[in-house]
Design a protein around this ligand. Structure first.
Ligand SMILES: Nc1ncnc2c1ncn2[C@@H]1O[C@H](COP(=O)(O)OP(=O)(O)O)[C@@H](O)[C@H]1O
Ligand SMILES: [Mg+2]
Length: 214
């Protein structure tokens, strides 16, 4: 089973949005997908509850429940982790995943928070760079803004692959409202966004730890 975790101690950077869209992507490929929601606010499970019988199946699992287990038939488990995780909880959490994706917003506060979080992740979280694939993603980007250039510079300065830039668009909001991912919307409306996901999806397909945008 593949296990992909959306992680960042900062709230609002797009963990749940990327988690639901990744789940939607793998579901449309016919994979058996579980969305494991560790957030007590359960935004991931609520998103799933809006889906209909006709939509691609995604299994919702409440990660906050004691003794939570992922069924053996699951091909891909997507872990949506709440903000504010640190110390021992962070160390225990990161062990669950073979891949960790860190979304970061183009804002000075988010950039600063991300730089602290990534240091924690590697030191306190003891993420083994040999065992865990780790990457950063710029999210809610408006191209040609000064703050995006600052984010880009920061993300490229890290020793972690910077694998995708996703724009700020209502498409994610429209999808979310319907319990869908952008991969399930009318293709002509989301072509640009699907395109922006390609380097991320390609990186996820690669077994080896490489693929940074340089
Ligand atoms: N690329 C994007 N474009 C537009 N809105 C976005 C994008 N990514 C996230 N959002 C919105 O930003 C808000 C916070 O995102 P969310 O995924 O809930 O963050 P987190 O789970 O990290 O707290 C949500 O309202 C979400 O719909
Ligand atoms: Mg969330």
């Amino acid at each position: 089973m593949r296990s992909i975790m959306l992680l960042n101690a900062k709230g609002g950077c797009g963990k749940s949005t990327l988690a639901s869209n990744l789940a939607s992507h793998y579901a449309t490929e016919g994979k058996a997908v579980a969305l494991v929601d560790f957030d007590p606010q359960k935004s991931g499970l609520e998103w799933l509850s809006v889906r209909s019988e006709d939509d691609w199946e995604i299994l919702g699992i409440d990660g906050t429940e004691q003794g939570m287990r992922i069924p053996r038939n699951i091909d891909v488990a997507i872990y949506d982790v709440p903000a504010g995780i640190s110390g021992k909880n962070l160390t225990a959490m990161v062990k669950r995943a073979d891949t960790i994706l860190i979304p970061v917003l183009p804002s000075p506060i988010d950039i600063r928070a991300a730089s602290h979080f990534i240091r924690d992740l590697l030191l306190v979280g003891k993420v083994s760079r040999k065992q865990t694939k780790l990457a950063v993603i710029a999210n809610r980007v408006r191209e040609n803004t000064l703050v995006y250039h600052k984010l880009e510079k920061f993300l490229k300065s890290l020793k972690i692959p910077f694998i995708a830039t996703l724009r700020d668009t209502q498409n994610y909001i429209h999808a979310e409202e319907q319990g869908l991912g952008i991969f399930e919307l009318t293709p002509s409306l989301v072509a640009q966004d699907i395109e922006q996901w390609q380097p991320l999806l390609k990186w996820l397909r690669n077994k080896r730890v490489h693929g940074a945008i340089k």
